[in-house]
Design a protein around this ligand. Structure first.
Ligand SMILES: Nc1nc2c(ncn2[C@@H]2O[C@H](COP(=O)(O)OP(=O)(O)OP(=O)(O)O)[C@@H](O)[C@H]2O)c(=O)[nH]1
Ligand SMILES: [Mg+2]
Ligand SMILES: [Zn+2]
Length: 298
């Protein structure tokens, strides 16, 4: 499995747990330029000859976490991970429900399991937001952790979640992803940033991607922050299935292929009116569905 990428060198952990540095075979190098990259979490076949190792091929991915890169190119962040922590700061920089929903949809559409982490709970005036958001996302069935890297609140629970299988942390720059991992294991000594005084946002402290092996056996990737979560190539018809709580009502929609945007008697909209679906969720769904439709021409 690929544990680290950067500068054309790939750190691969073999089945016998030994770690080697490998380069890419020529054909894969070419594909690299067209955007289909080898990423952390990839299972690869490696050819080892004395003093050199090359990645010969990449196995089919079970899941892949993709976001829109610069321009229209997709950027694959990681492959085959078991869960993704969506780390949002309650303050400094304060997340929004739209940001949370975008991140969750990104993870849902990848096929990985999202866990929502509401961080910086130690800061003043964050309590009502953390209570409201925990209730909202908890009622949908998401695991929600309220954490503070400063006081240690929620860190044991976060640690427990990290110890099985493989995970990644995503979220805006400055939300505290690297700081949370350092709180779990101070020996990691991950670089953490200061917030920009002007904008209150992070400064992209983490660069590059690697899977860290925790003492408890879990693998975790700290990723560089991003706030631009435009969806990449998500089929508009698939956006609804990224909202788990729409599932039940959606089966009762009168029209086949109901978009839940304008159809009369739509059961999803009715569920919202009955207070079973949060208005913010439906609103953000409509927004993201429209975005997916605009992108479909490509
Ligand atoms: N008060 C408080 N500050 C925190 C907490 N967690 C992180 N911070 C601070 O937030 C700032 C940004 O933290 P980082 O861990 O670098 O954020 P990041 O999400 O890794 O950012 P990028 O690597 O740029 O994506 C640092 O100054 C941290 O000390 C917290 O729970 N409470
Ligand atoms: Mg970081
Ligand atoms: Zn409907």
């Amino acid at each position: 499995m690929v544990h680290e990428t950067g500068g054309g060198v790939y750190s691969v952990v073999l089945d016998d747990e030994s770690r080697i540095e490998a380069s890419l075979r020529g054909r894969l190098k070419k594909e690299q330029r067209t955007g289909s990259r080898v990423v952390i979490g990839d299972e690869v076949d490696v050819r080892i000859v004395p003093a050199a190792a090359t990645i010969e091929s990449v196995r089919e991915r079970r899941t892949e976490l993709v976001r829109r890169g610069r321009g229209r190119m997709p950027k694959i962040l990681a492959a085959n991970l078991d869960r993704v922590f969506v780390v949002i700061a309650l303050r400094e920089p304060r997340g929004s429900l739209q940001l949370v929903d975008r991140m969750l949809v990104l993870v849902e559409s990848s096929g990985m399991r999202p866990v929502l982490v509401l961080n910086k709970a130690d800061l003043e005036n964050t309590e009502s937001t953390s209570t409201d958001w925990s209730a909202l996302y908890g009622s949908i069935g998401y695991r929600v952790l309220v954490t503070s890297a400063s006081t240690g609140e929620g860190i044991p629970e976060f640690h427990d979640e990290l110890c099985s299988g493989s995970s990644a942390l995503i979220g805006p720059s400055g939300a505290g992803k690297s700081t949370l991992l350092n709180a779990v294991d101070p020996s990691l000594e991950l670089r953490t940033g200061v917030l920009s005084r002007k904008t209150g946002t992070g400064r992209h402290t983490t660069v590059g991607s690697r899977l860290i092996t925790l003492e408890c056996g879990g693998l975790v990737a700290d990723t560089p922050g991003f706030g631009d979560v435009g969806l990449w190539a998500v089929d508009p018809k698939a956006v609804g299935s990224c909202f788990p709580e729409f599932g039940g009502p959606a089966e009762e929609c009168r029209f086949r292929g109901c978009t839940h945007v304008h159809e009369p008697g739509c059961a999803v909209r009715e569920a919202m009116e009955d207070g079973l679906i949060a208005p913010s969720r439906l609103e953000n769904y409509v927004l993201m569905r429209q975005e997916a439709e605009e992108q479909e021409v490509f």
